[in-house]
Ligand binder design. Structure first.
Ligand code: F6R
Length: 241
């Protein structure tokens, strides 16, 4: 695990975008694993600017997002599909048919999860996965548990995650309680991973995930075992290391 500390969120965004752009330049048909939430926004902005300047070309790139809320459709204002459209897909030259987000309205969730894992396999596996981390140590929607999850599955959001994500909804009651999420096994299969964390409020979980015991009680701690994991922190998030 390589840990880099940056001045602030924008500096991380530039640095993480450079890693993703380098991946796409080296392999135009790259398969990228993407995340939603606040963490990737600076990276997505930087990638959109690089694309507008002609520095990176997403024409052949294929993406798979980590997760989607169950019960929300693509056009729901709070769906992760919509988030991705607004914050990245519409701003870069990627083909919409190459952008994959689990279908939160699938009638058969287990079949949707299996089909998602199959689609990742058929695409050749994820080359580079972007990750944020929750205050309880979750990555994707893999919440603290007794064991590490394997493939894409139906995930239950923890109370802490519902509280953290209510900022995107009118009230905590409106935050869906379940989601489809890639598993820890799916994330660990990615050839390379970039974990981005910023803010003082995540300093403690960052230290536990990066330097504490590897345990499913802190799902992100599994990244200590990933052979190619780059961690990008701002000074506040790194303050308890
Ligand atoms: C998002 C995801 C989550 C977030 C995490 C941090 O697709 O899978 O694990 O990365 O909840 O969220 P933010 O970035 O909003 O603090």
């Amino acid at each position: 695990m390589e840990i880099h500390v940056y001045r602030d969120r924008d500096a991380i965004g530039q640095a993480a975008a450079a890693v993703f752009a380098a991946q796409v330049l080296a392999k135009p048909h790259s398969v990228l694993g993407l995340a939603t939430g606040s963490t990737p926004l600076a990276t997505y902005d930087a990638l959109a600017q690089m694309c507008a300047r002609g520095e990176v070309d997403f024409r052949h790139v294929c993406t798979f997002n980590l997760d989607e809320y169950i019960g929300l459709g693509r056009q729901d204002a709070q769906s992760y599909y919509r988030f991705m459209e607004e914050n990245l897909f519409r701003k870069i030259n990627i083909a919409p048919c190459n952008c994959h987000v689990p279908n939160g309205l699938a009638e058969d969730i287990d079949a949707e999860c299996a089909a998602y894992d199959d689609a990742i396999e058929r695409a050749g596996g994820i080359d580079l996965q972007f990750l944020g981390i929750g205050h309880d140590g979750h990555i994707g929607f893999n919440e603290p548990d007794e064991s590490f999850s394997k493939g894409t599955h139906l995930a239950h959001l923890s109370r802490m995650t519902i509280e953290a994500n209510r900022r995107f909804f009118a009230s905590a009651e409106e935050v869906p309680r379940t989601a489809i999420s890639m598993g820890i096994g799916s994330i660990m299969k990615a050839r390379a991973v970039v974990l981005v964390v910023y803010g003082e409020d995540k300093a403690e979980i960052t230290a536990r995930a990066l330097q504490g015991p590897v345990t499913p009680r802190v799902p992100g701690s599994i990244l200590q075992f990933h052979p190619r994991c780059t961690v990008m922190l701002d000074e506040a998030a790194a303050s308890r290391l």
